[in-house]
Design a protein around this ligand. Sequence first.
Ligand SMILES: Cc1cc2nc3c(=O)[nH]c(=O)nc-3n(C[C@H](O)[C@H](O)[C@H](O)COP(=O)(O)O)c2cc1C
Length: 193
Amino acid sequence: MIQVISGTNRPGSRSRVLSDLIANLYRTEGEACEVLDLCELPWAELNGSYYDQPKPESLRSQIEKVNRADGLVLVVAEYNGSFPGALKHFIDHWEYPKSFEFRPVSFVGLGGRFGGLRAVEHLQQVFGYRNAFIYPERLFIQNIWNVLKEDGLEDALVNELLLKQVKGFASFIRALRVEKLDCNSRQASPEKG
Ligand SMILES: Cc1cc2nc3c(=O)[nH]c(=O)nc-3n(C[C@H](O)[C@H](O)[C@H](O)COP(=O)(O)O)c2cc1C
């Protein structure tokens, strides 16, 4: 299962609309795919008590989705020159190494003039530090408000690059799995890790 993480808890966010669209593209490619929406996290309970303590079931089930994912697609908007704090707060509750290490991760940025470049690059530092398999072809959608419309992404080049990323990331995941290099294969057969 590929998890597309809609990287903000802003109600009505463009990240969520884009995440749904991306998830459909993966499904069209024959990949099982879900959207993990940060709006669905139990924010009222995320008061700091659960960093290294047993987590409430509603949070644990979302982290389990990450831990079981064959790949993560991070849809990340630029907020004040970085990625949204809500996303970092969620990530800081994940389990290391299980949630991160050798997990294939792909990035789609959205924002103004720079298309979420800073947001994605800051997030790449986090996943690079935590030993994820970062898919190298990132996508940046500039001036998202001009591109994302009711009927989808109204930019031929963006659509082309997105489809290329979807196909490429799906085959990146498959290639790692064939060699049993990805997180889930290693966890299933630790002696090969
Ligand atoms: C709190 C906040 C901060 C933002 N800061 C930036 C920024 O630094 N650079 C930028 O290009 N766009 C910035 N934007 C614009 C967003 O990237 C754009 O509105 C995008 O759609 C937000 O994603 P969302 O709709 O998923 O919340 C900001 C938006 C919000 C809500």
